[in-house]
Design a binder for this molecule. Structure first.
Ligand SMILES: Nc1ncnc2c1ncn2[C@@H]1O[C@H](COP(=O)(O)OP(=O)(O)OP(=O)(O)O)[C@@H](O)[C@H]1O
Ligand SMILES: [Mg+2]
Length: 238
């Protein structure tokens, strides 16, 4: 008992009561054994590394108290999959988390490399941990110097957008801050799918264009303009 309390270090991690209850259920299910440390603290969510029976998992916990989701209404209420009336902030956060989980499944199905989604409950998403020996891979913004073939990576990311589009799905927040890169295997992963949406959302096209523009902008600085925005977009739309 004493040891368990020590290992959890709950006091330091300051979760609200509901979140603790959910985490407890996740432990009881045997998915994770303990939360190790916080990998990233963001405005809307924190990401933790958790010890699992085999290796590690990543646990993304959306913040309830300081949530700014009402400001992102546009992305939630325009999504035809989530037909709901405005309730409270907490429920909005839950819907956003479930949306990210479903989006991860869709992206994976489209053949894009993402952290495989494992479980979600309320404001918590459990997914594969992207890293080696418990150390997370760097973001592309911090690791592009380690990319051996930048042009190949550019086309590979455009291809991700294309693959998702073929399935009627868009990430909507692709940038060098939401791509992780494994320097050893020279391959990337898309992360942070909360904003992803489907084709019959009125802002779908706007989001596809935003993703393409971000990728073209970032890689143009690295390798020169291989494709204009318009060319990259028609590659995606084919
Ligand atoms: N599956 C994972 N494995 C390892 N690290 C991860 C994983 N998912 C996310 N991370 C790390 O956590 C960071 C934040 O994740 P993510 O981009 O999904 O959250 P976020 O929504 O951007 O948070 P915020 O917008 O509030 O800053 C990532 O930049 C990455 O470093
Ligand atoms: Mg992010």
């Amino acid at each position: 008992m004493e040891e368990k309390k020590e290992r959890w270090k709950i006091e330091e991690l300051v979760f609200d009561k509901q979140t603790l209850l959910s985490l407890n259920r996740i432990v009881k299910k045997g998915l994770i054994e303990e939360i190790n440390y916080v990998v990233s603290t963001g405005k809307e969510a924190n990401v933790y590394r958790a010890k699992a029976p085999r290796g590690y998992l990543a646990v993304k916990i959306y913040k309830i108290e300081t949530s700014k989701f009402f400001r992102r209404k546009k992305y939630l209420f325009s999504d035809p999959r989530f037909n709901f009336s405005v309730r409270n902030e907490r429920e909005l956060v839950y819907i956003f988390s479930s949306k990210e989980f479903k989006n991860l499944l869709l992206a994976k199905k489209a053949g894009v490399r993402v952290p495989s989604p494992i479980y979600y409950e309320k404001n918590i998403i459990v997914m594969k941990f992207l890293g080696r020996k418990g150390v997370p891979f760097p973001l592309l913004i911090d690791s592009f110097r380690m990319v051996e073939d930048k042009e190949e990576l550019f086309f590979s990311i455009l291809n991700d957008i294309r693959r998702m589009h073929k399935k009627g799905f868009v990430h909507g927040d692709i940038s060098e801050f939401n791509i992780m890169f494994d320097p050893e295997k020279q391959r990337h992963f898309l992360i942070d799918f909360g904003q992803g949406t489907v084709r019959n959302n009125p802002i779908y096209v706007e989001l596809v264009e935003r993703d393409v523009r971000n990728v073209v902008r970032f890689f143009s600085k690295l390798i020169g303009k291989k494709l204009s925005f318009e060319e990259a977009l028609s590659y995606v739309y084919d």
